[in-house]
Design a binder for this molecule. Structure first.
Ligand code: HEC
Ligand code: HEC
Ligand code: HEC
Ligand code: HEC
Ligand code: HEC
Ligand code: HEC
Ligand code: HEC
Ligand code: HEC
Length: 426
């Protein structure tokens, strides 16, 4: 009865409740109810199968494997000795920030926004103090200062003393083992999203492998949220070590059993959030998305992205700027909105204008990844100029019309009869 995880206790209680109904439930002491609430019922992840690695999946799923291999998720972590062509940082000319050489680098992370460099000491990897800003083609210091990421309080200075195992690798690998510090493979392998596949690979059926599309929409988005969120494990430290990723989670499980999202108080600017609760930092697509009406209507991340790879930026199903992605579910007059009879009536810009691209107004680039480079917001909420006044969050109108001020944008919107002045004008 006294098993530390309380699972045995729970099973007994559940049986009691089922047998005797609500009356008994109400009669249970408060202690027992509190325990029942904490100990979660068995969830859907497969915790008995073993990890076999993406190459094994590729033997039967060749087409998916070929595409996936070219995605960024399959190439986040790279050894520069194996792939010298993937080194983006300029190691040719001297820079005071760069006090290490490529020969010291065991792994590089990233290729799109920033590239970071890691050295191996013992059985851990540690970050070098300079990172390459890919878009601005320049070196930048790399250091998580105290009071930024929550975990800086528990780790020594400088960055070079902070191991990537607990702080990074769970999200940049498949099956990171916190005891042996070994991985099945680096990068986001098939099984990171489909769960361990030994049973399926040995005897393929549709029920012994997780297909995120067949999970309920909440557990489904958890598959992406395990990495695309800022949060912390509910129980931390784990065996004395503070982790920044959801240790123990497998696809099909309920992520919130082991992970909580970074907290936010309305009206406060924080390291992670704007005052209104929109993400201010990269890797928060899921923190954002759960705030959208699309999430509560069963739209998932893969309603818009094919993570096995497409030829579009960010692996979207259709090119984002063309509007065809959004218009596959939305059209003026559709029950999903927007209101109006033509696109131009909704956007008040010519149909082919940048000011008519859905993403320009509903997915502004305001989540900082490095320097002045931002990734897109995923709340899909239109941030009005009135919210800029109230919450100091940039609105898409004056971000694009940089020469105009907030008051101008507010006045313009008040002229738009299709949007409510109660929602955007004050
Ligand atoms: C020996 C061949 C083989 C291997 C290896 C294999 N699969 Fe499959 N997989 C299949 C077959 C066949 C099906 C279709 C089964 C059916 O329709 O009954 C399938 C179906 C699936 C499905 C779809 C399930 C659904 O809901 O329709 C997924 C997802 C999947 N495999 C992922 C994987 C992953 C991930 C791996 C690696 C861990 C893997 N497979 C390894 C043969 C294989
Ligand atoms: C980043 C997460 C992720 C990774 C990595 C991933 N998948 Fe998937 N996979 C998904 C999601 C989500 C779906 C459901 C998508 C849908 O139905 O639109 C899916 C669907 C599938 C399916 C069934 C539908 C289809 O397209 O045939 C197969 C088979 C599959 N994946 C195999 C693989 C294999 C093999 C790999 C590795 C080479 C892999 N996946 C890597 C997330 C992932
Ligand atoms: C193991 C952690 C992990 C999981 C699980 C994961 N991602 Fe990712 N994802 C990453 C990392 C890391 C990157 C950054 C890759 C890079 O830039 O090198 C990334 C990048 C992306 C990108 C941008 C790709 C580009 O080319 O710009 C998209 C889109 C994306 N992920 C969607 C998803 C979706 C949808 C799911 C769930 C089906 C998912 N991811 C699951 C870690 C993960
Ligand atoms: C909870 C999961 C998680 C943790 C922990 C994590 N990352 Fe990431 N990382 C991601 C995801 C998801 C992305 C891509 C999405 C985004 O940046 O908005 C990403 C993106 C990146 C990129 C940019 C890739 C590119 O192509 O520009 C780098 C570099 C990176 N991470 C390094 C690190 C380092 C170093 C650590 C540890 C200090 C770390 N990450 C911790 C999930 C994680
Ligand atoms: C798979 C279908 C689908 C796709 C693709 C899609 N949407 Fe939606 N969207 C919906 C549904 C369903 C709703 C909820 C409608 C309702 O409230 O009744 C919605 C709601 C919205 C809303 C209302 C506010 C909110 O909280 O989300 C906005 C804004 C929106 N979508 C923008 C977009 C944009 C921009 C794109 C393209 C990047 C897009 N949608 C792509 C299905 C979709
Ligand atoms: C120039 C800016 C702008 C562009 C571009 C834009 N929208 Fe909107 N959208 C708005 C505003 C403003 C609202 C009203 C917001 C509110 O009431 O809080 C809105 C609201 C919506 C809503 C909620 C229902 C409604 O009509 O109020 C949906 C759905 C929506 N937009 C979808 C889209 C789609 C899909 C596209 C691309 C085809 C798009 N929007 C392009 C500014 C824009
Ligand atoms: C309604 C459509 C839609 C949904 C749902 C959606 N995304 Fe996106 N996502 C986009 C579009 C559009 C872009 C921008 C692509 C571009 O700029 O070319 C994007 C960009 C990204 C990027 C690249 C970073 C950037 O902003 O350039 C990542 C990572 C990402 N999405 C992850 C996710 C994850 C994880 C989820 C689920 C939690 C998700 N997305 C849900 C439409 C969507
Ligand atoms: C991504 C860029 C972009 C965004 C976001 C955008 N616009 Fe525009 N806007 C333009 C462009 C480009 C034009 C030039 C005419 C055209 O293409 O339709 C324009 C023209 C205008 C005009 C008419 C000419 C002028 O300058 O007086 C008004 C008014 C206007 N926009 C208001 C707004 C408002 C209000 C918003 C926010 C709801 C907004 N715009 C968002 C790009 C943008």
């Amino acid at each position: 009865m006294n098993k530390p995880d309380g699972k045995f206790c729970l099973r007994i209680q559940t049986a009691v409740m089922a047998a005797f109904g609500v009356a008994v439930m109400l009669a249970l002491p408060t202690m027992a109810l509190a325990q029942a609430k904490v100990a979660a019922p068995a969830t859907g992840g497969n915790h008995t199968a073993l990890f076999v690695g993406s190459a094994t999946c590729g033997e039967c799923h060749g087409e998916v494997y070929e595409r996936w291999q070219k995605t960024r998720m399959a190439n986040v972590v790279v050894d520069p000795k194996v792939h010298p062509e993937k080194v983006l940082g300029n190691f040719g000319t001297k820079d005071p920030l760069v006090n290490f050489s490529l020969a010291d680098v065991a792994f590089m992370y990233g290729s799109k926004w920033k590239q970071r460099y890691f050295t191996k000491r013992g059985d851990d990897y540690f970050a070098q103090p300079a990172q390459w800003d890919v878009q601005n083609h320049t070196w930048a210091a790399y250091h998580a200062a105290k009071g930024t990421d929550w975990w800086t309080a528990f780790y020594p200075e400088p960055n070079e003393q902070r191991p990537t195992g607990p702080l990074c690798d769970g999200c940049h690998s498949t099956n990171y083992n916190i005891v042996t510090k070994q991985v099945t493979e680096w990068n986001v392998g098939c099984e990171k999203c489909h769960g361990p596949g030994s049973e399926h690979a040995a005897k393929p059926t549709r029920v012994n492998i997780v297909n995120p599309a067949h999970l309920d929409p909440m557990a489904a988005v958890d598959v992406c949220m395990q990495c695309h969120s800022q949060g912390q494990p509910r129980q931390n430290p784990i065996k004395g070590v503070y982790y920044d990723w959801p240790v123990g989670y497998l696809p099909g499980d309920k992520l919130s059993d082991v992970w909580k999202l970074e907290e936010h108080k309305l009206g406060e600017d924080s390291f992670t959030h704007w005052q209104d609760g929109t993400a201010h930092k990269n890797r928060m697509q899921a923190n954002d998305f759960v705030q959208s009406a699309m999430f509560t209507h069963g739209v998932t991340c893969w309603s818009c992205h094919d993570v096995h790879g497409t030829s579009n930026n960010a692996d979207t199903l259709k090119p984002a700027m063309s509007n065809s992605l959004c218009l596959s579910c939305h059209a003026p007059g559709s029950p999903n909105g927007p209101t109006g009879t033509t696109l131009a009536q909704h956007t008040h810009h010519a149909e082919d204008s940048k000011g008519s691209a859905c993403v320009s107004c509903h997915m502004p680039q305001i989540a900082k990844t490095i320097a002045n480079v931002n990734v897109r917001s995923h709340t899909f909420h239109f941030i009005s100029p009135a919210e800029t006044e109230q919450f100091k969050i940039p609105n898409p109108c004056t971000t694009c019309h940089a020469e105009k001020n907030t008051e101008w944008a507010k006045q313009q919107l008040l002229l738009w009869s299709n949007v409510s002045p109660w929602r955007v004008g004050q």
